[in-house]
Design a protein around this ligand. Structure first.
Ligand code: ADP
Length: 446
């Protein structure tokens, strides 16, 4: 009985500190808008800003593009290569081929030049495996869009490479070396890719976010309203931001978050990311469970040693435990054993685990929802227009309860009258496919 009371006390305190009522979510969204404005206004980048970057992409697709296009998405160790034929106005996409290749660690450990060479080799293999038989296409240059996500491991050489023209030149050269008639038309981060994919299917699409291991956002802003000095050469500015660096006194941080941050590889940075992205959710839950284990002997008189290992609980396992609907919570029992070596757990312990996962994911998802509305608010589109936002990334795609919490936070924040104004869409065609649409859009202006 005493164990139960102590456990409830810890959980209730944690739940209270994690609470995200609508008023709080709007405070977070408003603060994020202010941070965006401050970041756009200042030219010197500091780690506390959102590092907003005007993308080199000057046009998004309009859905009328026609032709065969290629896309490449490189995220960490995962290389996705795509090809599809866009049919033109009101015509479907056809002949989609996609291949996922994992980049061997031996290649990742080399220089960016060698990684580029590896990518070019794989593209050449892909193109010969999926030949395009349309008349006239063989002689023409193939059009390639390229998206990159920040690799999990910052030591990956790609990040040290000047992303931009220099890298485009290197990729084009590598393609040439492999005898390819192919040219890179766009090279941007994967959030911009998501935006391009979203816009291709829906004209109202103005923003995209990625919610996987890490999180990023991009949005399109009418150029004439720009605060920037430079004269834009397109109707829209495409802006990408590392919103994971956002911080605000309104973010509901608990002592568990503070210690996670302090012990992380980048203390003081990525505060928003540490609340909402797939990299951290499991570890926040683990920290809470560890405290409960220490204070109440929930998993027996000896604290399971593996419960002390940082990042041992990953978000897919957390999701599996959270979403276990079996009466005895058998999945929770299995995962506790598999992940933490807890061979026996009481039903009460399993319920506590599910509850902790619920609190952590609800908070993360709702804060992500607030982030989405901050972009729509920044664009001045909350009230009188429809907006669509694309979300991609493993966390959103595979963690059903997280996704539901995110959607309902947006509806709650907008209220009944406005909730139809913002549509959240899962990326059509899947994560990483945006690169292909960027290539298509870029050729309109070339
Ligand atoms: P990345 O963000 O690494 O570029 P993804 O978008 O594929 O790549 O996201 C992968 C992340 O998504 C994983 O690290 C994990 O945090 C999360 N994830 C993947 N599958 C699941 C799942 N079944 N449940 C919860 N989270 C998941």
């Amino acid at each position: 009985k005493q164990q139960l009371r102590k456990t409830r006390n810890i959980i209730q305190k944690f739940a209270k500190e994690c609470a995200t009522p609508v008023t709080k979510l709007w405070h977070v969204a408003d603060d994020l808008v202010s941070s965006m404005e401050a970041s756009l206004a200042s030219s010197n980048e500091t780690s506390s800003t959102l590092n907003m970057i005007i993308s080199s992409v000057t046009s998004l697709p309009n859905g009328e593009e026609e032709g065969v296009f290629y896309g490449v998405n490189l995220q960490g160790t995962n290389l996705l290569i795509l090809r599809a034929r866009l049919g033109g106005k009101d015509m479907p996409v056809s002949g989609l081929h996609r291949e996922e290749i994992s980049v061997p660690n031996a290649v990742l450990a080399t220089t960016s030049r060698e990684i580029i060479d590896f990518v070019a080799t794989e593209i050449a293999k892909f193109v010969s495996a999926h030949p395009c038989n349309e008349a006239g296409t063989a002689a023409k240059k193939k059009k390639l869009g390229f998206t990159l996500s920040h690799p999990v491991d910052n030591a990956m050489p790609f990040t040290n490479h000047p992303v931009g023209e220099e890298l485009v030149k290197d990729i084009n050269q590598a393609l040439k070396n492999h005898g390819m008639k192919m040219q890179v038309f766009a090279l941007v981060d994967d959030a911009v890719g998501g935006l391009a994919g979203g816009r291709y299917y829906n004209r109202d699409n103005v923003a995209a976010i990625t919610l996987g291991m890490s999180t990023k956002a991009a949005f399109a802003k009418p150029a004439q309203e720009s605060e920037l000095a430079q004269s834009p050469n397109s109707d829209e500015l495409i802006i990408s931001m590392e919103w994971g660096n956002f911080r605000s006194s309104h973010l509901p941080l608990t002592p568990f978050d503070t210690s996670l941050d302090a012990e992380s590889s980048n203390p003081g940075n990525g505060i928003y990311e540490k609340l909402i992205s797939g990299m951290y959710l499991g570890d926040i839950a683990r920290r809470v469970l560890l405290e409960i284990a220490q204070e109440t002997a929930l998993f027996g008189s000896k604290v399971p040693p593996k419960l002390m290992t940082p990042y041992l609980l990953r978000s897919p396992d957390m999701a599996a435990m959270h979403q276990d609907t079996s009466e005895d919570r058998e999945v929770v029992a299995e995962k506790l054993n598999e992940v933490f070596g807890i061979t026996r757990s009481t039903k009460m312990a399993r319920e506590v685990v599910a509850e902790v996962c619920d609190i952590v994911s609800e908070r993360g998802a709702r804060l992500a929802g607030a982030g989405i509305l901050s972009i729509i608010k920044k664009l001045g589109r909350i009230e009188n227009r429809k907006s669509a936002v694309t979300v991609e990334g493993g966390l959103y795609e595979h963690y059903r309860i997280f996704r539901n919490y995110l959607h309902s936070s947006v509806w709650e924040m907008l209220g009944d009258d406005l909730s139809d104004n913002v549509i959240i869409e899962h990326s059509h065609g899947g994560s990483g496919t945006g690169a292909l649409f960027l290539a298509a859009a870029a050729t309109r202006t070339h």
